[in-house]
Design a protein around this ligand. Sequence first.
Ligand SMILES: Nc1nc2c(ncn2[C@@H]2O[C@H](COP(=O)(O)OP(=O)(O)OP(=O)(O)O)[C@@H](O)[C@H]2O)c(=O)[nH]1
Ligand SMILES: [Mg+2]
Length: 678
Amino acid sequence: MNKEIVVALAGNPNCGKTSLFNALTGARQHVGNWPGVTVEKKEGKLKRENETLNIVDLPGTYSLGAYSEDEVVARNFILDGESDVIINVVDATNIERNLYLTTQILEINPNVIVALNMMDEAENKDIKIDINKISKKLGATVVPIVATKKEGIDKLIEEVIKLSKNKKNQGFKIDYGKDMENQILQVQSEISACVEENSYPLNWMAIKLFENDNKIVELIKSKSCGDKILKKVEDGVDIVTKAAGYEPEALIIDKKYEFIGKVTEGAIIRKDENKDTLTDKIDKVVTNKWLGIPIFAVIMFFVYQITMKFGNDFLGGYVETAFEALGEWAGTMVPDNMFGRFIVEGVIGGLGSIFPFVPLILVMYLLISLLEDVGYMARAAYVMDRFMTSIGLHGKTAVSMIIGSGCNIAGIMSTRTLESKKDRMVAILINPFVSCSARLPVYALFAGAFFGDTNVGPFSGAGIVIFSLYALGIIVAIVAGKFLSSTLFKGENSYFVMELPPYRIPTAKSILTHMWEKASAFVKKAGTIIFAVVILVFFLSNFPLGVEPGSAESILGRIGGFVAPIFKPAGFGTWQAGVSLVTGILAKETVVTTLGGIYAGGDEGVKLAMALKEVFTPLSAYAFMVMNLLYTPCAAALGAVKKETNSVKWTVFSAVYSFVIAWVFAVLIFQVGTLLGL
Ligand SMILES: Nc1nc2c(ncn2[C@@H]2O[C@H](COP(=O)(O)OP(=O)(O)OP(=O)(O)O)[C@@H](O)[C@H]2O)c(=O)[nH]1
Ligand SMILES: [Mg+2]
């Protein structure tokens, strides 16, 4: 049997690596039109005749001198020589800058095929590229592709297999000039004299030492004669600095760009370089200093309006009717005993209370992935970013918050792009305040019941309420972030300018893929954790045997009764609300299924929304929604906090401090509201 060919996909952020990965392997990894979407490596297989290619999608990186966790993943994979061939994905509209990484990769591993991606965009922009010329001067095969349309993929695979059978050992060398080369040689021989086994090419290690590359410096330090080598480097730095007028670190970068200049010279012809593109024109407005944030707010306002009107009132209505009919039908079919009630009240009542909200979640995801794929979300992150940097928070935090508005777990994971540990901790701890899609059903249920009939002009009152919660979540996150970073996580402000991708017309396929992903993720969640909670709630509300099912005397009632007093000052001190918040920690959707399960046990045919109107007022309902917005993250999100912080202490902190903040807000809203006579 043939050995698998390991192929790494490396390239700058947002150049289309994951799109290519999906095209090669048939996977459905998340693609998004902004930098930093992929934060960990993903593997997939591709079979071609009698070859098996093991393709590895890596996070994007501008260079191999990486600092943030996602970049380190890419860097280590390339440096550790784990791949037979590296496909270096290069954005054809931005070749010069992308080639900087290419030169770095080639220096460590000459087995590189350049996949010149986004050829369609280059064509649209009238960029003419002489591929042969570039390929020849670079000394690597260049294959033009369009990852999203699977163009050029076959040729690419062919070249990869060809190279894997005929691997190069050496071959790429940039001339750093006489003085520099001389010093590199000397350090090189110093290394070879005393470091017995070398994991990397000597020449490369010497260059990295002059580049002051952390990892290699550390590696050398760990050797017995490390100090001697580093002294040699230090001397070399002085000599080169004197001769060249500037430090080797800068000189090496310079020479790389000089090389890139030669590679691209006469091979790329651009038209109208100074003309403002449409992207520039739109950006002047949407990233405007004063208009940026209001525009973002207006867009999100409409997202929640459409979500409520179309997703909830329109589509959700059908699902609800279907489940009601199912419940009625099942009611006539099942025996009149515990089992029958389990089916009708437990399963259909419980799960049936959440399914009408599925279209709502999907519509929101549809809108968010549209905004993401078009490139707007990157602008939203950019304007929020500017604001957050201005109050002393790290920029990339905004990106993780925007990703968190789909799912906090993804948001928390995306903080891997933050370089400083302190910034990252802050970003992780505040992420759950940003409202995620799992909390939407809770809002939709309550906002629909209490504010559904109030319209403000053409706008849905429930939609406005939900938008206000989203905005509140972001504000609380920012304030908490400011607080944490000026108390527990004091540190230097790191500066970061976000790169804006061009606007792109999203493909129907990518949007549908997102939808499909979300829908199947939801079905999976409904079939596992949510279903488990539904069953648990049913049994706990029916035991001990002999009590009135779903009463305060049941086990469920007693658990709820135990926590309920805490929420009395917030206006929802019922055992039912209390217990739903407890189960909500398992998965936020189960707040709805728990209430559904409990109130389905009451009067025949009473709809959940009706039942809630008996026990909540609009004010206490709003306080309850705010509680849901801000309190303890769900178990899976806490799991992500644990994984990313690697600390039980901070995970517990995250669970507790958000609960306290949520409680304070809920109580304040209820008490102040009551004083105002609401
Ligand atoms: N027009 C066009 N768009 C493309 C092509 N390849 C990728 N894209 C788009 O470019 C954006 C980025 O694609 P990704 O595949 O997520 O890029 P990536 O390199 O994995 O990005 P990171 O994981 O953030 O580093 C998405 O909006 C894609 O739809 C292409 O060949 N042509
Ligand atoms: Mg990616």
